[in-house]
Design a protein around this ligand. Structure first.
Ligand code: G3H
Length: 495
């Protein structure tokens, strides 16, 4: 798909300028051996178009007096229902693009699309509930008040390649339905998957309500933030980038940030674990979508007494994962979209080997073009990059431990705090571990992998992992303010 237009101020504006070429992780034979296949191009918009998009969003908001922020809740819900209806018409093409652009398997790409539709429908239902709550009057100390939910202004929404649709929409949709206007920066990989949906945005919402940004983030986002006109930064990615963006805003105290950032979630498999359950869940947690999830399990702590049995079963389970192309049946391991990732993963593995670890599964870490075979690395310790770096790829670092204090200390000293998974069948031990971790991370999973869903549950993190909370219910609150209409209780005000 060669995209020749972008969404600005309610129009699909033609683009004849420079383009960014989009390459698939799926490789084909080329002049230099296997090469990433060209699958399309998108406008390489410049700061000029980015600032036009910002103006469109600012004007549509119009200090809270625009058509969208003043529209009734029923009106906004109707627009969103129209959008979701039009979005569903594009289901098969979007799923196909997700497979080609980011290498997601057919079941995973399908799940991403369907889950996003569910998220929108659940958001609509949640807003109806919130609206019922907001319409009630409260009375205290001689004052009667209606507490409304009001929008915040212009929201800049940005997300990563691993869930190019779902993650952007989990900020964009609640922000939008609460009456804010939107600028959304498409991710580098997974950008074409949004193209079939632009028409739906154009048809469903008033002009200027939703505007797209392409081009290089490093060039176009700075002028937008420096303008001071963005009221909310909704960003899913690295905490380094998020902090850099926040600092660009001239009045950072006026900027609300809703962020989902760094993580390196640990699994703790104790000697009381059901090893088969732990292995299955650790494989899902560490290697679903090749480990490219912020909720992935990135360190597996295993108690020494069971380490041999656990690693033996783990390597056997990894060997059973079928590598292949995204659309092939039963495939679990697919090529990686980020061009520099295979070399980076090799560097992490080499570093661990140089410091005394081994790749313990056959063909682990084997690399060919964009494909990297999953590697189980053992024993990993705190001197290795694999212990500290999120690595976002198909490596499973296993850390043997003696005392339960060791994984607890890992989390105490970590700069992040998203999730842990505890594997133990001993109720007392589980209770102790819940107490140890519950104030260090934002979700403790018992005998199951780490994950974001169900999306109605809160999704947040501690330390550098998050700011604000995303979930169907929380996000509606995150993207709005409680605004009062209050009066003294008098006979006339009562009516
Ligand atoms: O990368 C972060 C995603 O939001 C994770 O979602 O746990 O459902 O894969 P997931």
């Amino acid at each position: 798909i060669h995209q020749k237009e972008y969404l600005l101020n309610g129009k699909l504006v033609p683009w004849a300028g420079a383009v960014n070429k989009i390459y698939s992780p799926v490789c084909i034979p080329g002049k230099n051996g296997l090469e990433r296949k060209l699958v399309g191009s998108v406008p390489d918009t410049t700061p000029k178009e980015a600032l036009e998009a910002l103006d469109a969003a600012v004007n549509a908001y119009n200090n809270g007096l625009g058509e969208w922020p003043t529209m009734s809740v029923e009106g906004r819900i109707k627009c969103m229902q129209k959008f979701v209806y039009l979005m569903i018409q594009q289901r098969s093409i979007v799923i196909k693009l997700l497979m080609w652009e980011i290498g997601k398997t057919l079941p995973d790409a399908t799940k991403e699309f369907d889950r996003t539709v569910d998220y929108i429908n659940d958001t609509i239902d949640a807003l109806k509930d919130l609206d019922r709550e907001s319409s009630r009057f409260q009375q205290a100390e001689g004052t009667i008040a209606q507490i409304r939910r009001a929008p915040l202004g212009v929201v800049l929404s940005m997300g990563p390649f691993n869930y190019p649709l779902n993650e952007i929409f989990t900020t964009l949709i609640p922000a939008l339905i609460m009456g804010n206007t939107i600028l959304f920066k498409l991710p580098k990989h997974g950008v074409l998957a949004h193209y079939p949906l632009l028409e739906a945005f154009k048809e469903a919402f008033p002009p200027g309500t939703v505007n797209t940004l392409y081009g290089k983030g490093s060039e176009i986002i700075a002028p937008i933030m420096e303008s001071g006109k963005v009221n909310v930064l909704a960003f899913i990615g690295s905490s380094k980038v998020a902090n850099g963006l926040k600092k660009l805003h001239p009045k950072v105290n006026r900027l609300r940030a809703i962020l989902s950032l760094d993580a390196k979630n640990a699994a703790i498999v104790t000697r009381h674990a059901n090893i088969d359950v732990a292995v299955n869940e650790c494989i899902l947690g560490a290697l679903s979508f090749n480990g490219q999830r912020c909720t992935a399990l990135k360190l597996i702590f295993v108690q020494k007494e069971i380490a041999d049995e656990f690693t033996k079963k783990l390597t056997a389970a990894v060997a059973a994962l079928k590598p292949g192309l995204p659309w092939e049946k039963d495939v679990k391991i697919t090529p990686l979209p980020e061009a520099n990732k295979p070399a980076y993963l090799k560097d992490c593995i080499d570093d661990a080997i140089a410091k005394g670890a081994k790749v313990i599964n056959e063909n682990g870490g084997y690399t060919e073009a964009s494909f990297v075979s999953p590697a189980v690395v053992y024993p990993v310790n705190d001197q290795m990059k694999l212990y500290h770096e999120e690595q976002f790829g198909p490596i499973v670092p296993v850390v043997p431990f003696e005392s339960i204090e060791e994984p607890v200390n890992y989390q105490v000293n970590a700069s992040h705090g998203m999730q842990v998974s505890i594997f133990s069948e001993d109720a007392e031990e589980v209770a102790h571990l819940i107490d140890s971790f519950v104030n260090l991370v934002s979700r403790v999973n018992i005998n199951c992998q780490a994950q974001r869903g169900p999306d109605v549950f809160p999704f947040t993190g501690r330390k550098d992992s998050a700011e604000g909370t995303l979930s169907v219910f929380d996000a509606l609150r995150s993207f709005s303010i409680r605004s009062l209409v209050a009066a003294k209780v008098t006979e006339s005000n009562k009516t």
